[in-house]
Design a protein around this ligand. Sequence first.
Ligand code: R5P
Length: 291
Amino acid sequence: MIITSLKNSSKTANLIAKKLKCKCIETEIKTFPDGDIYLRYKSEIKNKKLIIVESFQPNSNEALYNIVFAGKTAKDLGAKQIILVAPYLAFMRQDKRFNSGEAINAKIMSELINNSVDKIITVDPHLHRIRKMSDIFKIKSKRLTANQAIGNFIEKNFKNEVIMGPDWESYQWADEIAKIAKTQSTCLEKTRHSYRDVDVKLVKEIPIKGKNVIIVDDIISTGNTMIKAAIKAKKLGAKSVSCVGIHGLFVENALKKMKKHFNNIFTVNTIEHNTNKIDITDTLIKEIKKK
Ligand code: R5P
């Protein structure tokens, strides 16, 4: 088995390789002067089980393109099995045609991946209207969760805390994590007015006054969902407000805006970022090791 990464996940790939005591090979990826992609495996991959570790951020469009080229080239070079470990899988929020004429991103992305690798492993994908990975992936697929790692982290680092989901979709994570951390959970209801404008209201009453509130969501993109939830938690009398994002995208200066509202900002290392405090590689490794 050999490991490689493309542009986004070299730290994670090296960590996985070190823990598995196997080789992490370099894949050269750059552009020709006209902008066309150039990709070259710098070691022999024929008859090898190749693990491509690549998160779909930053720059999801480029990441998808790079993964397709890496997967197809590996097939062409005779790799025995090609497993894509994409700790963050993008394109999943546009899972239907909301307005006429729109592309359904999740479907197109999955078709490209189906044709490029043999298996995909990911962490807490944004499954909403698409219920399970096998609805869009014809290849083997595995959906892992960071719930246990987050729950353990919270139990170890917080006291007198409650877990808050900023919307109903996130409550699945918030509730499960609260059980692991042996604490209570609450939920807000979110109304989205636009990509960047949301409102929230409390729908599950628990005591919040004087508590250390930890807001948990799968994706932090513009950060506006988290900020609105933090404002609500403070209004309800929270002693401190922290957030845990599984996938920290932090687009459009999100982190800078969020720092004004949060005592702590933590993420899982599904996207490499300096807020990464929760390590998911052991969970990934368990799945990579399977036949
Ligand atoms: C949406 O359904 C997700 O679970 C997140 O709540 C959302 O992606 C966060 O986006 P933003 O940070 O832009 O508010």
